[in-house]
Design a protein around this ligand. Structure first.
Ligand SMILES: O=C(O)CCC(=O)C(=O)O
Length: 266
């Protein structure tokens, strides 16, 4: 049973899922991981742009982070939002100083011709762990357009869009202005856990000052086998995912997920 909040608004914030000690521990581990050179395929470090660094598959690649995904309170929050049957998708990443602007997580697949995310049964959520409170000066969390997970994607444009650069510029200006005006900042605390529909329009809360590092971890889940299969097959078909379907998951990781009641889609 999906909660009304997630179904109607497209997002749900669970408060106080982690203790202050767990938040400190996670931040310390993430900081030290990002201080070292990346070891795994798809990782980036010190890249200028919207993500300073990313580490794929954090709970499996770094056993010291496994306690996060198997935390009883996190699993209980997931089950409250999605029901007891939960598939964990293999797309998971830790970010350092990630500040992407407005987007939908399904725009790319739609541009590539996929429309399975509009099927009535479809339900995939993105789960966000922010290890700092969100505020308007420093950022640290998410802005969303409530209820925008239903309906068409404004980033999918018709053929007129590509005719003239001025048309593109005017369309983009007006779209970003409208999104910023209607966006709602989710003021999470560092111990909270955020679940949002993969189709909701969202962006990282944009900081006006940068006096601290932002660390976050995102992973995707679904309460529906078919949705989980469709998205996972699409994810593995992307050129940059080549080889990711061969990832060796640690036995302890698989067992811990099974114990927690999460089914890993591979
Ligand atoms: O880094 C953030 O706060 C936003 C992440 C995001 O937009 C995404 O994972 O799709």
């Amino acid at each position: 049973m999906i909660t009304k909040q997630l179904l109607v608004n497209g997002y749900e914030l669970h408060k106080n899922v982690f203790t202050p000690e767990e938040v400190k521990k996670a931040s310390r581990i993430l900081s030290s991981i990002f201080d070292k050179q990346p070891k795994f395929k798809g990782d980036r470090t010190n890249s200028p742009g919207i993500f300073e660094g990313t580490r794929q598959d954090p709970f499996n690649s770094y056993p010291e982070l496994q306690f996060i995904i198997t935390s009883e309170k996190l699993i209980s929050a997931l089950k409250t939002s999605l029901g007891n049957d939960i598939y964990l998708l293999p797309q998971m990443a830790a970010h350092k100083n990630g500040f992407p602007d407005w987007h939908r997580d399904t725009t790319r697949q739609e541009k590539e011709g996929h429309t399975f995310h509009y099927l009535s049964h479809y339900n995939v959520v993105n789960c966000g762990l922010y290890f700092q409170p969100n505020n308007l000066a420093l950022g640290g969390g998410l802005d969303v357009i409530p209820e925008s997970h239903v309906g068409p994607d404004p980033f999918i444009t018709k053929s007129w869009y590509n005719k003239l650069p001025i048309i593109r510029r005017l369309y983009n200006q007006s779209l970003y202005k409208r999104l910023s005006k209607n966006g709602r900042t989710i003021f999470n605390d560092s111990s909270d856990f955020l679940i949002f529909d993969q189709r909701i329009l969202h962006r990282a809360t944009q900081p006006t000052e940068r006096s601290r590092d932002k660390f976050s971890i995102f992973f995707m889940c679904s309460p529906d086998y078919q949705s989980a299969r469709q998205y996972t097959d699409y994810f593995f078909s992307r050129p940059e995912s080549v080889g990711l379907d061969q990832i060796q998951y640690r036995r302890e990781f698989i067992e811990a997920l099974e114990h927690a009641g999460l089914k890993l889609m591979i």
